[in-house]
Each structure stands twice: as C-alpha cells, then as structure tokens.
Design a protein around this ligand. Structure first.
Ligand SMILES: [Zn+2]
Length: 130
C-alpha cells in the first residue's frame, strides 16, 4: 500500500527547493523505491544550458545511491498554486529506461486531486534500441 500522503509531503518539500528563476514554474516529486525508500526531486533551471526536471533529479539521486527498482512516482507543480503537472517527454523516455510500462505515476494538484497513470499511458510507444 502506497502512502500517498507521505509522497505528497515529500514532493511539496522538494518543490520548495526548486530553482526556477526563469519560468517560476516550480516542480517537486517523490520517487518510491520497491524497498520503501523515497527520493525527492525538484526542477533546477539554468540560464545557459538545458535545465533538469524534478523527475530526473529524483531518479538520478536514487540510481546514484544504488537503487534500481521503483514502485511509483508522484509529481506536483505550478507557478503558485498547484496545477496539473505531468512529466515532460524527455522525462517519460528517461523513466522508461528504468521502469516497465506498468510503473505508476501520480499527478497531484489543487486540493488533493490525484490523477494516476501508468508509464504506458504517458509514453505509449517509447524508443528502444533493439
Ligand atoms: Zn521533464
């Protein structure tokens, strides 16, 4: 049983650390591993080169700590109020490297609304080298 309240809390705290001086669109996320650890991420923008999204921050933190199996991801974001925010195309493809098509992604917004989708729904035809 996934503790969504806990993931929301972690993602909100991460969002408070977002570095988004250009878009002012702050994103936070919480990545739950299969062994119960939670890794947070926030977006980090950059004036000169491509910014990094909250989702890839969380995954790179987890993977660099040796984690390889992931349960689900919760994402939230917006400029001021939380609005529906789903992973960008780059992140969807990035996630597909580490998670199967049934991996669950929760989008949390407004006052407790949650949309639940699988990676397959968000990325129905991912690129794969074969
Ligand atoms: Zn992204």
């Amino acid at each position: 049983m996934v503790d969504l309240d806990k993931l929301v809390e972690v993602a909100k705290n991460a969002r408070n650390k977002a570095y988004a001086p250009y878009s002012n669109y702050k994103v936070g996320c919480a990545l739950l591993t299969k062994n119960g650890k939670i890794f947070s991420g926030c977006n980090i923008e950059n004036n000169g080169i491509m910014s990094i999204c909250a989702e890839r921050v969380a995954f790179t933190k987890a993977i660099s700590e040796g984690e390889k199996e992931f349960e689900c991801l919760l994402v939230l974001g917006g400029k001021s109020e939380l609005i529906y925010t789903s992973p960008c195309g780059y992140c969807r493809q990035f996630i597909s490297e580490f998670c199967d098509e049934n991996f669950t992604i929760y989008m949390y917004y407004e006052d407790g609304k949650i949309v639940k989708k699988t990676l397959k729904e968000l990325l129905p035809d991912n690129f794969e080298l074969n």
